[in-house]
Each structure stands twice: as C-alpha cells, then as structure tokens.
Write a protein that binds this ligand. Structure first.
Ligand SMILES: [Zn+2]
Length: 411
C-alpha cells in the first residue's frame, strides 16, 4: 500500500521564499540572517494554520545549515545537501528539538528542555528548541524557562510559536524578537490552491479556489485540508468545480443561492420560504447559505453603486445588507438553525417590501418621511441625516463594515 502524506505536509515550504502570503516576515528574517544579527529567541504568533511552525522550522534550517563544504555560515537560503539540511528533511535532526507546550505544560517538562540546553550541538552550530503553543506553559514553567532565556548558552536558540500571544508573559516577550504572521489573503490562498491542485494532477476552477480560500479565513492548513477533500470527491473527473466545493462545504449551488436571494429581494416571502425549506431539507447548512448569499448581495450592491443595474433601490439594498449581516451572525451558532433560517428569510423578504426610501426622502409628506426614517434608523442602529443625497454616506458606511470590500470586483 502506498503511504499517503497529507497535502499540508507534502507541500510544506522549506525555504523562506516558499512561505505563502508572508512576504514581510520573510524579508525581515532574511535580513536578520544575512546581517548575522540573530537574537537568542524568536516568537511567531498568528491564527492557526498560518505557518508559524513551518516558519520556525525554516528558520532552524537556515541557522543550522553548514553548506556543501561544511564551512558556510548561517544563511537565508539553506543548501539542502549538507548533513544538517538532510537530517532536517528526514526529520531526524539531533540538534533541533520540537516541544508541544499544549501537551507538556509543567515545570518538569520544561526542565528537560533546560537540561538539554547544556549539551553542545552534534550536527550544526546551534541547538534549537522550537516550543509550539508556548502560551500553554504553566506559570512555574515560564519562570523556570526565564532564567535560561535571560542568559542562554551561546549555542542555544529558542523559537516560540503561539496562537495567543496575549497569554505569554511580558518578561518572556521582551526577550524575544517577535513576529506576527498575518492571515493569508484570499487571493494569495486561491492562487496557491490552484497551483497545488495542478501539481496533484487536478484542475481547480478559479471560483472553486476562491470559495475554499474564503472558507479558510486566511489559514493555509485549513485551505489545504478542504482542497484535500475536494481532490477525493473529484478523483475520477480530475476537475474541481465551484458547485462541488459549495456542496461539500454545506452550501447550495450558486444557482440556488441566486434564486433564493432574488426571491428575497423581490419580497416574494412565500416562494423564498419554500425555496429555503427545500435547500435545508437537501442538507444545506443555513449559515453557509447565508454567507454565500451575502457575497452575491454584496456584488449586487457594488453593481448598483456603479450604475450597472437598474432594479432595486440602493437604500433598500443597504438596509437589507445590514439585516443580512445580523441574520448571518444569528445563524452561526443557532441551536435550531431551521427556525432561525425561516425567521431570517421572512424578515429579509419583508424588509425588501419596504417602499423605496430614496423616493420617500424627497416626498412632501413630513410625517411619512419621519416615520420611515425612524424605521430605517432602528434597522441601522444609528442616526441618519434626512437628506435625499445621503446615500453615498450610507454606501461608505456599509462598505466600511464589509471586510475586504475594496478588493472585490464587480461581475
Ligand atoms: Zn545545508
């Protein structure tokens, strides 16, 4: 039987140049290595799956590489052939120790590390201790570590990684060179996924890649794990389509999403309810459904702002947008998602039936206008200025609240 290696391991970057979406970090580390100004301790923090441990290993590789001649100094581009690099690739490096603080939190565990710092390196020039999830160490473990961290032997380097930097004591932080790994942008992730799929002999549709990227919220590991499932599902066709990914993620097809949204925006409450029930009974996850509808609604709003569509009123679309955000949030942790879904569809379709607020704004009837405004203010949760030309301010307001709004393109 062939040994199966998960994608995140198979394609784990070995070089600073291969890190996905961490150009600033790579640049800083490169300059730190090239100028030979290497501190005793590094700390990498950021969300899960963004490349902290990978970066720690790459840095260890750079620090330990002795070059093909066995004489070369630390480098930002390890040779890959020296005995240090080879041992590292086989995961058998005697001088690079990885320690998971999540499972070994006590002072005795950390004493093992401290004791090990006393011995000289075997293969390379340094003994390197990579401590993952360092924030999990107990208080006494931190205190024990602190002494070594203050004055480590010259051949010792610490590399810490954590998802919760705020839990790391200030005394430890102040002794580390600290780097934040940013969530990887959707565009960079999507591009990377297309590339990996191709290396695996698959064609990953651009829209499918975008869906996986958005779902992963900046985590390379999450993205690769979703891609992995997609590869299994599409093993015969060798082609991964957006709709396959949607279905796998618990969403509906893009056509279903558009149909339901259109029914809602046209205030066809009964039909919208029937459609949402149909999708729910087919196993669609309401939260994913709403997130996908939100993306389509966003594109409609941008198209409206740019004067590319005539239907719907901009103000109404913007009010619906606000409610959409709220309902999507409600669905996120709903104990009875079916009920929340029904309520959300009814509320939204009802809101879509409101009269065109832009027209009301310039109506002569002050009573009617003010009633509409208080309704609108209730929905928005903030004061609005009753002027017919305030839609741009509302547009800005909405766009500000939409993450990544400036990077999206209109279809
Ligand atoms: Zn090397």
């Amino acid at each position: 039987m062939q040994h199966y290696i998960v994608l995140s391991r198979k394609y784990r970057p070995k070089d600073l140049n291969d890190l996905i979406g961490q150009e600033v970090l790579a640049k800083s580390l490169r300059s730190c290595l090239n100028t030979k100004k290497v501190p005793h301790a590094f700390l990498f923090h950021g969300i899960r799956g963004v490349g902290k441990t990978t970066t720690a290993r790459i840095l260890a590789r750079c620090l330990c590489c002795i070059g093909p001649d066995g004489q070369t100094d630390i480098t930002s581009s390890p040779c890959g052939v020296c005995r240090s690099c080879v041992a590292m690739d086989k995961e058998q490096h005697l001088d690079i120790m990885e320690f998971d603080a999540a499972s070994r939190t006590g002072v005795d565990d950390i004493r093992e590390v401290i004791d090990a710092t006393q011995y000289a390196p075997v293969l390379g020039r340094y003994k390197i201790f990579i401590i993952d999830e360092v924030h999990m160490l107990s208080k006494s473990a931190f205190n024990a570590l602190l002494k070594t961290l203050e004055e480590p032997p010259a051949h010792v380097k610490f590399i810490f990684a954590t998802t919760e930097v705020q839990k790391v004591p200030e005394t430890v932080l102040s002794r580390c060179m600290t780097f934040r790994l940013h969530p990887v942008s959707s565009d960079a992730l999507a591009e990377y996924l297309v590339d990996i799929a191709q290396k695996e002999g698959f064609l990953l549709e651009k829209d499918a890649a975008n869906l996986i990227a958005e779902e992963s919220e900046g985590s390379v590991r999450d993205a690769l794990s979703i891609l992995e499932q997609s590869l299994m599902i599409s093993a015969e066709t060798k082609k991964i389509l957006a709709d396959d990914v949607l279905k796998m993620l618990g969403g509906a097809t893009s056509d279903d999403v558009k149909i339901l949204l259109k029914l809602i925006l046209s205030a066809k409450t009964k039909e919208a309810l029937a459609k949402s029930e149909e999708l729910f009974s087919k196993g669609t996850d309401p939260y994913v459904l709403f997130k996908n509808m939100q993306n389509v609604l966003y594109r409609i709003i941008v198209a409206k702002i740019n004067g590319k569509i005539a239907e719907y009123s901009l103000s109404n679309l913007l009010y619906i947008w606000q409610i959409f955000l709220k309902q999507t949030e409600n669905l996120k942790n709903a104990s009875f998602p079916e009920y929340v879904l029904t309520a959300a569809v009814v509320i939204l379709a009802h809101t879509a039936s409101f009269p065109d607020i832009e027209k009301l704004m310039i109506k002569e009837s002050p009573a009617e206008t003010s009633a509409t405004f208080s309704k609108v203010e209730k929905i928005l949760g903030e004061k609005i200025t009753p002027k017919p030309d305030n839609s741009q301010a509302l547009v800005d307001n909405i766009l500000n609240k939409f993450p990544g709004s400036t990077t999206h393109e209109v279809e």
